[in-house]
Design a protein. Structure first.
Length: 127
């Protein structure tokens, strides 16, 4: 599972455009890449276990394993490692600038709780 960074709040100079996340895999790594977000000065990305996300009923607090990019200016990041056999990884990214951070939330009606709140509770989120 992978998806866009999310939607921003009211326009106050925060990045406002969503961009899809592309993933290219090799035997041991995943290269995540995206188009630049208008107004974003840097990016953050997190990753976690698909099976834990499913088994927890969609709790990003339980399923977020790692902050894989914090305050990076590039539009790509390499995630080293592979999931356990029979599992998979999910990835989310968001843009940021000096006025704030974009959300990890998708804005979709099917999203039942805030990803931001869960990821913050996991302690894998950047400060």
């Amino acid at each position: 599972m992978h998806g866009p960074a999310g939607l921003s709040g009211p326009s106050r100079g925060r990045p406002t455009v969503r961009a899809a996340l592309a993933i290219t895999t090799s035997a041991l790594d995943a290269l995540l890449s995206w188009s630049p977000l208008s107004g974003a000065a840097s990016y953050e990305a997190v990753a976690g276990s698909i099976s834990r996300l499913r088994d927890s009923g969609g709790s990003f607090a339980m399923a977020t394993d790692a902050c894989i990019a914090e305050d990076v200016t590039a539009t790509s990041v390499l995630h080293a490692g592979t999931p356990r056999p029979g599992d998979g990884l999910w990835f989310l990214k968001r843009g940021a600038n000096c006025r704030g951070k974009l959300t990890y939330d998708s804005g979709a009606a099917s999203q039942t709780a805030s990803r931001d709140t869960g990821i913050r509770a996991s302690r894998a989120d950047s400060p």
